[in-house]
Design a protein around this ligand. Structure first.
Ligand code: PLP
Length: 391
C-alpha cells in the first residue's frame, strides 16, 4: 500500500479527533485507581462532566462503550415486562429498541420517517392513549448519528407534560454532548446516556448515565437482573461508579478535554459546531445542483450540528466515494448504517475541529464525487468558504 502522507482528516462521526494535548495527558505511567492522586483527578472529571451535562445529580460510569450505558440505564430503572416507548429516529433508536426487547421490556414505538424525524404530536397522542400509565420510560436519541437529524428535546418534554404522563425521559446524548446544546435539568431529563469518544474528544473506553432524583427513586424499585451495571453496587465503591477496574488513563484525558472545553467556553464550543455544520450543509446544497447528492434530512430545523448525512443520487454508490476519499486523499468519512448502506455517506464535524479541517474534508469529497462520475453542482467548497469567512 502506498504511504499516506500528512495527517489523516478524520471526518467520521465518532470516534473523533483527539487533541494532541489530550493524547499527551494520557501518556503517563499507570497509577492505582485508589491512589488519592487519582481520586482527585477522578472527582474533578466527574464534576466537570456534570457541568457539561448541566446537572447536579448522580453520574454513574462504566468501562464500556455507549451500548453498555444504554443497557445500564434500562436495567437500573425498569422491571421485567415494563412498557417503554421508543421514539424512532434511525439506526441507533432501532438498536436501543432491540436491546430493550431482549432485556424483557415491552417496547412500543412512535414511528417516524427517518428523513423528517418524529412528530411531537404523535408522541403526545401515544402517551395520552396510555391512560393507565403502563409506559414507564420514553427512550429518545438526541442526535441520530445515522441520519444526521437532532430531536428537539424541549418539545419532547413539552409533549410528555401536555399528556400529563409520568414516564421517565431517557435520552441518548452519545453524539450530541459537548457538540449540541444540551441541558439535562432545565429540560427535565431523567436519564442521560453519554460516551467518551465523541464530543468529549477521548478514546472509546468509558460511558455513563446521569440520573435525576426521580430516576434514582425508580432505581430503588427496578427489578431487571443486573450486577456489573448495578448503580446500588457502584454507590458502595470508592468512585461511586465502575464495578471493576477504572480506566485510569482516560480520566487524565478527560481532565484535559474538560480544560479545553471550558477554556473555549461550552457555549462557544456549541457555536463552533453550528458554524462548521452550516458550512458543510452549504457545500452539500451546492453539490445538490445538477441532480447531485442531497442533505438526507428534509427538515432544516432538525439538521444536526455534529454530523451531516449525504444522500447519493440513485444509481451511485456512497461507499465508492468514501473509498476514493480514503485511498486518494486520506480522508475518512462515515458510511451508511443498516438500510442506508451504500446510499449515504456521513461527514462527522464534531469534537476537535477547525475551519481548514472541514474545508479539507469538503474538498476531498468534492474531488471524490468528480472522480466517481457522480453528477453534482460545483462550488461546494466555495459555498462553505463564503459562509465561514462571513460567520
Ligand atoms: N447512540 C448513538 C447516537 C451513537 O452514535 C452510537 C455510536 O456511534 C451509539 C449509541 C453506540 O455507542 P457505542 O458504539 O459507543 O457502543
Amino acid at each position: 500500500m502506498p504511504r499516506k502522507t500528512g495527517r489523516q482528516f478524520f471526518a467520521n462521526p465518532g470516534p473523533t479527533n483527539m487533541p494532541d494535548s489530550v493524547l499527551r495527558a494520557m501518556d503517563r505511567p499507570t497509577i492505582d485507581f485508589n491512589d488519592p492522586e487519582f481520586t482527585a483527578v477522578f472527582d474533578a472529571g466527574v464534576a466537570g462532566l456534570k457541568r457539561v451535562l448541566r446537572t447536579s445529580g448522580e453520574v454513574f460510569l462504566y468501562t464500556a462503550s455507549g451500548h453498555g450505558a444504554w443497557e445500564a440505564t434500562l436495567v437500573n430503572l425498569l422491571s421485567p415486562g415494563d412498557a417503554v416507548l421508543v421514539i424512532e429516529s434511525g439506526w441507533f433508536s432501532a438498536a436501543w429498541h432491540e436491546m430493550a426487547g431482549k432485556l424483557g421490556l415491552h417496547v412500543q414505538t412512535v414511528a417516524a420517517d427517518w428523513r423528517r424525524g418524529a412528530d411531537m404530536a404523535a408522541v403526545e397522542a401515544a402517551l395520552r392513549a396510555d391512560g393507565g400509565h403502563g409506559i414507564k420510560a420514553v427512550l429518545a436519541v438526541h442526535n441520530e448519528t445515522a441520519t444526521g437529524l437532532a430531536l428537539p428535546l424541549p418539545d419532547l418534554r413539552a409533549a410528555m407534560d401536555a399528556a400529563g404522563h409520568p414516564a421517565l425521559l431517557l435520552v441518548d446524548t452519545i453524539s450530541s454532548l459537548g457538540s449540541l446544546e444540551f441541558r439535562m435539568e432545565d429540560w427535565g431529563i431523567d436519564g442521560v446516556v453519554g460516551g467518551s469518544q465523541k464530543g468529549l474528544m477521548l478514546p472509546t473506553g468509558f460511558s455513563f448515565t446521569a440520573v435525576s432524583p426521580k430516576a434514582m427513586q425508580a432505581h430503588a424499585g427496578a427489578g431487571l437482573a443486573r450486577h456489573y451495571f448495578d448503580w446500588s453496587v457502584m454507590l458502595r465503591r470508592p468512585q461511586r461508579s465502575f464495578v471493576g477496574t477504572v480506566p485510569v488513563s482516560l480520566f487524565y484525558g478527560l481532565q484535559e478535554s474538560l480544560r479545553l472545553i471550558e477554556l473555549e467556553g461550552l457555549d462557544q464550543v456549541i457555536a463552533r459546531h453550528h458554524r462548521l455544520a452550516e458550512a458543510t450543509r452549504r457545500a452539500v446544497r451546492a453539490w445538490s445542483g445538477n441532480s447531485g447528492p442531497q442533505l438526507y434530512g428534509l427538515d432544516p430545523a432538525r439538521l444536526s450540528d455534529s454530523v451531516t448525512t449525504v444522500l447519493m443520487p440513485a444509481g451511485h454508490d456512497a461507499d465508492a466515494v468514501r473509498r476514493t476519499a480514503l485511498d486518494r486523499f486520506n480522508v475518512s468519512l462515515g458510511g451508511g448504517l443498516g438500510k442506508l448502506q451504500g446510499q449515504v455517506f456521513r461527514i462527522g464535524h464534531l469534537g476537535d475541529l477547525n475551519e481548514p479541517m472541514v474545508l479539507g474534508t469538503l474538498g476531498a469529497v468534492e474531488m471524490s464525487l468528480r472522480l466517481n462520475g457522480v453528477p453534482h453542482g460545483r462550488g461546494g467548497v466555495d459555498a462553505a468558504m463564503d459562509w465561514l469567512a462571513a460567520a
